[in-house]
Design a protein around this ligand. Structure first.
Ligand SMILES: CC(C)(COP(=O)(O)OP(=O)(O)OC[C@H]1O[C@@H](n2cnc3c(N)ncnc32)[C@H](O)[C@@H]1OP(=O)(O)O)[C@@H](O)C(=O)NCCC(=O)NCCS
Length: 179
């Protein structure tokens, strides 16, 4: 398996981003409330940034560095967000990352998308562990990780710096059950 996968459930399709998604990515990810609680999403989200990001995805997966997928609603084909596994194949481990556009919050989309990509990680990429970190001032992300059945593993104090503020990060982990 070399190309980016397409993963589906009843409500969602996880699929590779396309350059045609760039306008919507800029609009959704450009919201201050997305940048505020993510480590890597830039703000302001300038013209061209989405395209620059999207063109990296194929090689990043071929090299088994990152699996980055768009979250799309099956019913309307609306792009609602992004979900990723940053891979460490040496240790059969990956970090889960995600954002969902603000108009779509609170519908369970992030949790469902995470279930799909984690299942792919365990079964197709043969991962042993998936973990995620969230800023302690971002409880909705912590709630997503709890809903996924992840175990709270601790707090990394002042682990990242966001806009000149050190941020505490909670870490959650999940081990592959089939091993
Ligand atoms: C975190 C994020 C991805 C969640 O997406 P979502 O699709 O709304 O998530 P879900 O609907 O699957 O679950 C959200 C849960 O958080 C809960 N929640 C929302 N606000 C909350 C709060 N202030 N405190 C506690 N829980 C909260 C919701 O009620 C829901 O839980 P429930 O199903 O038990 O009711 C979205 O808010 C987001 O993109 N935030 C900005 C980017 C970001 O922070 N990314 C994560 C970086 S670690």
């Amino acid at each position: 398996m070399s190309g980016l996968p397409r993963l589906e459930n009843e409500r969602l399709v996880l699929r590779p981003f396309d350059l045609e998604d760039a306008v919507e990515v800029q609009c959704l990810a450009g919201d201050l409330d997305i940048a505020s609680t993510t480590v890597l999403v830039p703000h302001p989200y300038l013209d061209g940034m989405a395209e620059e990001w999207i063109v990296t995805h194929h090689a990043a997966f071929v090299d088994r560095r990152i699996l980055e997928l768009a979250i799309e609603l099956r019913a309307t084909a609306e792009l609602v967000g992004a979900i990723s596994l940053t891979l460490n194949m040496r240790d059969a481990c990956a970090e889960l990352g995600y954002w969902v556009g603000k108009p779509y919050w609170g519908n369970g989309y992030c949790t469902e998308a995470a279930r799909l990509i984690i299942e792919f990680g365990f079964h197709e990429l043969k991962l042993n562990r998936v973990f995620a970190k969230h800023m302690t001032r971002n409880p909705s992300s912590g709630r997503v990780l709890e809903k996924l059945g992840m175990q709270y593993e601790g707090c990394l104090r002042q682990h990242v710096q966001k806009w000149n503020q050190f941020e505490d990060m909670n870490v959650y982990g999940l081990l592959c059950q089939t091993k």
